[in-house]
Design a protein around this ligand. Sequence first.
Ligand code: F6R
Length: 371
Amino acid sequence: NKGKYEHYMQKEIHEQPESLTTTMRGRLIRGGSCKAKSVLLGGLKDHLRTIRRSRRIVFIGCGTSYNAALAARPILEELSGIPVTMEIASDLVDRQGPIYREDTTVFVSQSGETADTLQALEYALENGALCVGITNTVGSAIARHTHCGIHLNAGCEIGVASTKAYTSQIVVMAMLALAIGDDTISSQGRREAIIDGLFDLPNKVKEVLKLDEEMKDLAKLLIAEQSLLVFGRGYNYATALEGALKVKEVSLMHSEGILAGEMKHGPLALVDETLPIVVIATRDTCFSKQQSVIQQLHARKGRLIVMCSKGDAASVSVGGSCRVVEVPVVEDCLQPVINIVPLQLLAYHLTVLRGYNVDQPRNLAKSVTTQ
Ligand code: F6R
């Protein structure tokens, strides 16, 4: 049932304040006079000690689920102190890459039925790793075959392009990082700030959804383009990849997410006065580096659309020449949840304006159960 919406993708983008609320329900402890704020993940509590002792955490997934894990990687590294590596499921299987008994492998999948991810899970089980599942589908193959896990509780996702599952996945993995780091006194202040940020996140998502009309106007400007680049780094490297994936899979416009630190190692050659480029430059420790990226792209006459923190337009728009999208500020590690929303809206509007099927993009299936 699409309710007041025209398409499932549109509905699922707009219901993110609610889906995030249900993802967090009962899992965040507000704390009190003598009790610290904390996170409770029922499905994991008997395994946290093993996870804390593992030599490495390996995130494994495909497409949007992989991107969500990439978004959560920095906070997991920071709070756990354990090395975190990333694997695209098919590539791990192709390489038969090393997985050890001392590893914790985390399988991220909205459907819980993706063939590549399932095959990687079988492989990790054979190699004796602890296998954790993060899925949205209770009773799915990945939920059943992993040793333990966390459900997204984001509600059924029908649009082929994953939207609300992505933001819930990031939140679940941020909660995972909080739970693993829970025994470290030195990071308690940081963890409490993130928990406060999580409580407030649904409100901030409501706020960023108000950019809907603005993103529709931007889509009108971009409707006839051949290509769109998206530059991000740090917490928002994943936002660049995921924003580009949304645009290409539904609007059928070529789009590429680029790690801004790689700009001079090739992508800069593409920049001219015609190619539109989105640069994500919200406030975090990478901000000044992104300011410099903007200046260098501007010097090559790039057509820039800059996403920045509210109030920062003047600090990112060189000579007032960029189009600027201002987003609400949240705790740095949660900012990818906010920053993807305008790009989801852009992909949605571009698709509708270009006349393509937004809920059922050509050649794609919701759940990729064959290889
Ligand atoms: C993109 C998209 C796909 C899926 C991928 C993995 O919008 O939906 O990239 O994310 O096929 O699917 P799950 O998460 O079900 O394993």
